[in-house]
Design a protein around this ligand. Structure first.
Ligand SMILES: Cc1ncc(C[n+]2csc(CCOP(=O)(O)OP(=O)(O)O)c2C)c(N)n1
Length: 348
């Protein structure tokens, strides 16, 4: 772990054995669900999915550090692992991949997990807006809810992201900018679009502390995120965490990475599998045994079956909803569109 600019938050000390086991259980459940979602797409149960294979430690570790009684998550389209970790209903989460409901059927306010965001960089602006709201509400330092925004190395090249970082730093908004540097933005490798070689390195230009962490080490990610959260919660303004990881799978179920990278490159660049690494660590430290791993796998399988059944049962939503959620009070023009649509589609 390399501090680009030291964070002065205290973060979390050592994790207890049961917490380490829980991190493994979560990573395994996420890995299992992720691989299943790809199969579901191939079987025609869902039309599309963006896998997070290889990013389990980055997602579970950061999600685990959050205080969901006051923090708020702003995800992209690839944060299934974070959603699972913070307790979002996974059938409702997957509804977006079934194309049942754009952004997921879960209640963003109740779950404190914003709708799934497909606009690259979009989640970053939303997080800063929410975090600034915390300041405007007069929440005292030390009790601030922190917005954590997830984005990739590709998104970090967007103008919106720089504007968001600058605004957050000027306004001292409680935000953690959490970058998963997974080596790729679809087919474009990081070195071809991140000048300077590090997203964390850019934080200094905005006067923000940052930390670059081994994103395949779930414990290191948990601790780095906790440190950044403590910094923002204490009223010191935003911080950056850059988790160095690797997108082991395709960008999405409609992508073929064979067109821009070889299997050999995937093997060398991918590094150590975060899940296998945690398993080795738990065994070496005597924190878990084979019976534990078998139990964790059985739980992951049972959970996946339940989620699959739930997705299968998801029916279409009433078409009128596309008008209901545009404005709090519909405009005359929208009302006219809604009745024209009703006349055409329902022949009333
Ligand atoms: C504003 C915008 N521009 C382009 C796209 C198309 N697009 C979708 S994902 C993606 C790459 C994003 O890469 P990165 O930020 O590294 O995240 P990753 O997909 O690796 O998680 C692009 C260009 C988009 N969805 N939104």
């Amino acid at each position: 772990m390399a501090d680009v600019l030291a964070l002065d938050g205290t973060g979390r000390a050592e994790l207890a054995d049961e917490e380490l086991r829980e991190l493994y259980r979560l990573m395994l459940a996420v890995r299992h669900l992720d691989e299943s979602a790809i199969r579901w797409q191939r079987q025609g149960l869902i039309p599309g999915y963006a896998p997070q294979l290889g990013q389990e430690a980055a997602q579970v570790g950061s999600g685990y550090a959050l205080d969901m009684s006051r923090d708020f998550v702003f995800p992209t389209y690839r944060e299934m692992g974070v959603a699972r970790t913070v307790g979002v209903d996974m059938v409702e989460y997957m509804s977006t991949h079934k194309a049942t409901w754009h952004g997921g059927l879960y209640d963003p306010k109740a779950s404190r997990f914003a709708p799934i965001q497909a606009v690259v960089g979009g989640s970053v602006l939303h997080a800063v807006g929410w975090a600034h709201g915390q300041t405007l509400d007069g929440t005292p330092a030390g009790e601030l809810g922190v917005a954590i925004t997830y984005f990739g190395d590709g998104a970090s090249s967007q103008g919106d992201v720089h504007e968001a970082m600058n605004f957050a730093a000027v306004m001292k908004a409680p935000v953690v900018f959490f970058i998963q540097n997974n080596g790729w933005a679809i087919s474009v490798p990081t070195e071809r679009q991140v000048a300077g070689g590090s997203v964390a390195g850019r934080a200094a230009g905005y006067g923000m502390p940052s930390i670059q962490v081994d994103g395949n080490d779930v414990v290191a990610v948990t601790q780095a995120t906790a440190t950044a959260l403590a910094h923002a919660r204490a009223g010191n303004g935003p911080a950056v965490v850059e988790a160095m990881t690797y997108r082991r799978g395709p960008h999405s179920t409609s992508d073929d990475p064979g067109r821009y990278r070889t299997l050999e490159e995937e093997r060398t660049d991918g590094g150590e599998d975060p899940l296998a690494r945690m398993r080795t660590r738990l065994l070496a430290d005597g924190i878990a045994d084979e019976a534990f791993f078998e139990e964790a796998l059985a739980a992951a399988r049972a959970e996946e079956e339940q989620i699959r059944a739930g997705i299968n049962a998801l029916g279409p939503r009433p078409g009128t909803e596309m008008f209901d959620f545009v404005y709090q009070e519909p405009t005359q023009a929208l009302k006219a569109q809604a009745s024209a649509w009703r006349e055409e589609s329902e022949h009333v």
